[in-house]
Design a protein around this ligand. Sequence first.
Ligand code: NDP
Ligand code: MG
Length: 386
Amino acid sequence: MVRGIVLLGSTGSIGTQALDVIRRMPERFRVVGLAAGSNVELLAKQIEEFRPRVASLASEEAAQRLREWNFSGLEVLTGPSSMEEMVTREDVDLVLNAVVGAAGILPTLAAIKAGKDVALANKETLVAAGSVVMRAVKEHNVRLLPVDSEHSAIFQCLQGVREQDLHKVILTASGGPFRKSTKEELERVTVEEALAHPTWNMGEKITIDSATLMNKGLEVIEAHWLFQIQPERIEVVIHPQSIVHSLVELTDGSVLAQLGVADMRLPIQYALTFPERLETPVKRLSLTEVGRLDFEAPDMDRFPCLRLAYEALAAGGTFPTVLNAANEVAVRAFMQGQIGFAHIPRLIEAALEHHRVVMNPELEDILAADAEGRKYVRQVLGELVR
Ligand code: NDP
Ligand code: MG
């Protein structure tokens, strides 16, 4: 059966790799829709190749330029609800959400409520709105398939494991480019240094998140929601080779792991073809070539973002929403040269301290907390500049 797929964030790192996966299986997938932010040149190339019926761009100016291409039979959407409109179409079976940031929340919810399966790379959605999203998944009886490599690894390890037999999950982290840096050195790192990730080639925001270890913090929260596991049963281990993608420990103490070379096309493909396993162009793992696998404990003193994420998750309610919102604004400010690297966790901590939490939040509470967290950090940034 050919499944209709919509790809949100098609021009990004995950988006382009997903199209590479889809390109190899035309008998399984028909690309119905593609969505991007503003990269109209790349989107147009993708439209030429995959011939979707609908495309959307967050930037109105970019959407206008795409219309001038005059692709026959293509509907071009723009505006705040264009991704929601796209994912709810009748000819869509599966939505791959690979946009970056909280912009992914509403389209994910719209897809779930329309009964579509969702392959989720956009971890910020689960961090900011995990309770609401998981409730919707249950209510509408759809599949939420993890794309993030660690969560895909856990999901793979859990096939055939009874729910009550999961004791703990162990998330691996490369440690990022500053694994060995001292606190003093971390005060002075540049944007270029932070963007040079040792093992993965990814979008800019997640690359900075990997350098601060916030990426792992976000993944702890993501794992909590996906696998319904409490924070004290989620362990993070630094593993610089990025070969063991994560592990699960079961009731009897047995530990299962998923290994492979670092290539996102594998977890992307598994999410799209689950439960089937098909060939990939991904290089096969040679343990003797890798030689050794190292593991060490993360240092939450040098990398306070990881600690803040654990604390926000334990405190619950809208705290993780604010953690995510504050992080998005702080990371952007760092990339624009407004603040130093070590200011990122300080801004997030300040936003969490300032926040008045709502427990058991509804979607409106989450959207309000997200907006409030952003506003607060922008305000502090404004004061810093003055
Ligand atoms: P990129 O920055 O490379 O790509 C982001 C994509 O989202 C682009 O297509 C961009 O469009 C689009 N986009 C951004 N903002 C909007 C918006 N408001 N509306 C519509 N589209 C938008 O990011 P990545 O591919 O690296 O990451 C995507 C998500 O996947 C993130 O949540 C990340 O944490 C997660 N992830 C990524 C991994 C990786 O290896 N890259 C691994 C695991 C998870 P445009 O190009 O036009 O700006
Ligand atoms: Mg990951």
